[in-house]
Design a protein around this ligand. Structure first.
Ligand code: ADE
Length: 239
């Protein structure tokens, strides 16, 4: 999977993603990361890429041409149009199913904005997906792009060493994950739930399922509508 990122701050993307699991996957060649500095396409010697908004108002707007030039450099390299994601609070909210869908592409472009946004005309020209990572406003699209790339990456075969771990996690079945414990058996007076030490696999699974349902009811009751609960479980979360 190849990720291209159009940004004014390539070092932020590089530093973030050349770390930990994504970093190792890039080293192994399972993922590839190509950052493009929009400022390199400024077309003036000052590297200026923003200007005042038509109609007035606070802040500056990123101009169309540098963004277009940066995108075109990638399109030419790929030899075809690529799915291009613009990170914006005005987009569709990112979720796991969307990540799964994006993970089936073999090349993606992320466009990171700054200031008060990007000239609408270039967005109309190149963007295929407008995506928000949640109902809050960040200073730029770099962190949201990294959130998306990280989430998509772990769905790409070979990125996680444990194949099953991407499957059994939160949201796959609309439930939050059960709690995890490791050694020691007692930590500061808090004991590991005995069932986990019992070696009784079916009971462990039963307990984990119950914990998932209870946690979801407590913290994300909105998810329960989509979850496939048994009658007994429905009664449990009602009470
Ligand atoms: N840029 C600024 N805030 C954002 C958000 N919540 N999601 C995506 N891009 C953004």
């Amino acid at each position: 999977m190849k990720f291209h990122v159009l940004t004014l701050f390539p070092e932020m993307i590089e530093n973030g993603l050349h770390t930990s699991i994504t970093g190792r996957a890039i080293e192994k060649g399972i993922l590839s990361l190509n950052t493009v500095n929009i400022r390199d396409f400024a077309g003036n010697k000052h590297g200026k890429v923003d200007d005042y908004p038509y109609g007035g108002g606070a802040g500056m707007v990123m101009q169309a041409e540098p963004v277009y030039g940066a995108y075109k450099s990638i399109e030419e390299q790929a030899g075809r149009k690529l799915r291009t994601i613009y990170l914006t609070p005005q987009g569709q909210t990112f979720h796991q199913k969307m990540a799964e869908e994006f993970s089936r592409e073999d090349e993606l472009v992320f466009l990171c904005g700054h200031y008060e946004g990007i000239d609408e005309r270039v967005l109309q020209e190149i963007v295929t997906d407008f995506v928000s990572i949640g109902d809050y406003v960040l200073t730029g699209g770099e962190l949201p792009a990294m959130v998306m790339i990280d989430t998509i990456s772990r769905l790409v075969e070979g990125v996680l060493n444990n194949e099953s771990s991407a499957e059994t996690e939160s949201f796959q079945d609309s439930l939050l994950e059960y709690p995890q414990y490791s050694r020691p058996e007692v930590w500061r007076g808090r004991a590991v739930p005995p069932v986990l030490l019992s070696g009784h696999h079916a009971n462990v699974e039963k307990w984990r399922r119950e914990q998932s349902v209870l946690r979801t009811a407590r913290w994300r009751p909105d998810l329960l509508e989509k979850a496939d609960l048994t009658e007994k479980e429905k009664a449990m979360v009602k009470g």
